[in-house]
Structures are given as structure tokens and as C-alpha cells.
Design a binder for this molecule. Sequence first.
Ligand code: HEC
Ligand code: HEC
Length: 320
Amino acid sequence: MRTNRKPLYQRKAFIIIMILFLGFVGIQFVRPDVPNPPVTGDLEVPADVKAIVQRACYDCHSNNTNLRWYDKIVPVYWGVASHIKDGRADLNFSEWNKLAPADQKAKLWESINQIISGAMPLPSYTAVHTEAKVSPADLAVLKNYLASMVHNKPADTAAINAADKQYQHWEKNETAIAKLPTAANGIAYIPDYKNWQPISTTERFDNNTLRVIFGNDIAVKAIKENNIHPWPNGAIFAKVAWAQLQDKDGTTHTGEFKQVEYMIKDDKKYASTYGWGWARFKTPKMVPYGGANVLFTNECMNCHKPMAAEDFVFTLPIKH
Ligand code: HEC
Ligand code: HEC
């Protein structure tokens, strides 16, 4: 007996492929909306800077999202839509004028750090949109722009003397604080950091601060033993920032005390915040940053997140 029918397994394979295909077509209709809301205050920077930001960041951080056809294929599209939603919520260059000038500068500084660390633009995005990659030359343009926003006026002698006095006062630890201020997450100011070992110093080019990072004994021991992946429980960092003053000869002096920040390692107690307790105390009065709002730690975590492979610590210790 002859038959025209294909063998059973072939027919089965065909049916399965048809089902998959129809399923694929079907889910194309399941699409969240990605509207482009009106631009209310676009980023205003020199054209070369703007071109880089537009090319590398605007698809996710502006109201001028330009989706290519391959971005619109589900399920890729679902990822794209959620990146745009989250990206715009964190940083929107189309609503730039909603930020105060100091916050704009801080966001640009954070942006440059995110680029340097390779976190932004999202690598999954540049893998497909290769034109969005930020080259070392692009990065130099962005850094120069940020540096140019800082105007270095030489400070007068009185200001330098006053700052020196404050520095000596700080060194002698006579900031008589009766009750230790405490941040919303329960972390209290730790005066002892002044006796810890400096691990590194940095200058921040955008806002003229001079910073020293101190480590407590456990942190210093961990560095000596190269036991920093992860850092051991009990390790504490203190990062202190002073304003930076320049005298007429161009010599740098520490200016007024700005703030001290802590990261306290305890992978159980602080499990919900990357295993670190975060706190910042501002001005010589040590006012806890964040007020009563414990969510201030999100800001710390967002910025330190690109350093996940280094246990969220930026500072690579100098080898002793
Ligand atoms: C493909 C989408 C995409 C692109 C392109 C992209 N980002 Fe992002 N960005 C995100 C998402 C999503 C988040 C928030 C989620 C997260 O924390 O990872 C984010 C977060 C950020 C944050 C943190 C904001 C905050 O304060 O919490 C900064 C800064 C940032 N991006 C800068 C940039 C810069 C600068 C560029 C261009 C060089 C860029 N991004 C390109 C998707 C993108
Ligand atoms: C805008 C990005 C950003 C934010 C927000 C941020 N940090 Fe950092 N932090 C850094 C960078 C970059 C360094 C590396 C040292 C430097 O360049 O000053 C650092 C270093 C530190 C250090 C020294 C240890 C290390 O990682 O090198 C401590 C402690 C610290 N930060 C605490 C905090 C706390 C607490 C908060 C939140 C209240 C916070 N940081 C928010 C960017 C940030």
C-alpha cells in the first residue's frame, strides 16, 4: 500500500514548530507602552558633550527614546521597556532642569563614574547598539567638561588660616560631642576614625574636595593578608572630605570640613544593604545625612553597585 503521508515524527515536528511560531507571533501583541513624554528641560551642554550623551544614554535616560526594529521584537522588547522605565526614573536628561545645579553636577560625576566602571551604558545594550559605546576619547571630553565647571579662585590668607585652624581642631579631636549623632539606620558617628590608618587619598575634580579614606585595624589587617574578597566582618572604612583651597602660589590647603562617611562590614546585620552598614555625617556638627529616612542608603548603594566584584569598595588599597 502506498501513502503520501509523511512519517509520524515529521508531522509531529511540524506541529510543534507551528505552535512555537504562532506563540511567538502571539506574544508580539503583549507589549507594554513606551511613550515619549514631552521634553520639559533638555540637558544644556556644549555640542560635543551633548552628542556623546545623546548617542550613548538617551535611549534609556531621556524622553527621546529611539527604538530600532530589533528592539521591538518580543521578548527583547520587554527587557528594553523595563530598562527605559527604570533608567528614566533614575536619571532623565529631558527633565534636567528639575535638578538644582549642584545636583546636576553630582549626577554628571556619577555618570562618568558609571561609564568608567563599565556599568553604563548597559553592556547588554551596547552589545547590540555598538554605536552607543563610549570611547576613551569620549570619556576625556566628558571629564574635561565636568572639570571646566569648577572655577578655581585662589583663596585669601584669612580663609586659609581659618581653615588651618579648623583642621588642627579636627586633628586634636576636641569636637566635644556629648551625644553621638545617629543615622536613620541606627549607625552612630564613630569618633575614633581619626586614629585609624589612612588607606588612600583622592581629589575630586568636579567639586574641589580633598578626601582621605581611613581603615580600622580589621581593615588594615585584611589588606596585609590580602583577605579582601570579601572584606571580613568588622572592617570599617571612613571617608573624610574637606574643601580644597588653593593659595596664590597654587599650593593646595585643606579647607573646611565637609563630611565623614562610613562603611561597616557585617554580612548578617547588614545583609539587606550589600553586607555593609552605610552612614554619612555632615559639617563639623556631624548632622546625619538622610534625616529620618532610612532609604538614604539606596543612594550609597546605587553608586557603589558597579564595584560589586570588589565587595562594593572603590578604594584599592596601596600594598604595604
Ligand atoms: C539600555 C538602557 C540604558 C542605557 C543606554 C544607559 N543606561 Fe544608565 N541606567 C539604566 C537603568 C535600567 C538604570 C537603573 C537600574 C540600575 O540601577 O541598574 C540606570 C541607572 C543609571 C544611573 C544611576 C542613576 C541613579 O542615580 O540611581 C546613572 C548615573 C546612569 N544610569 C548613567 C548612564 C549614562 C551616563 C549613560 C550613557 C553613557 C547610560 N546610563 C546609558 C539603563 C541605561
Ligand atoms: C556619586 C557616587 C557615590 C555616592 C552616592 C556614594 N559614594 Fe561612597 N564612594 C564613591 C567613590 C567614587 C568612592 C571612591 C573614593 C573616592 O573617589 O572618593 C567612594 C568611597 C567611599 C568610601 C571609602 C571606601 C571605598 O569604597 O572606597 C566610603 C566609606 C563611602 N564611599 C561611603 C559612602 C556612603 C555612606 C554613601 C551614602 C551616604 C556613599 N558612599 C555614597 C562614590 C559614591
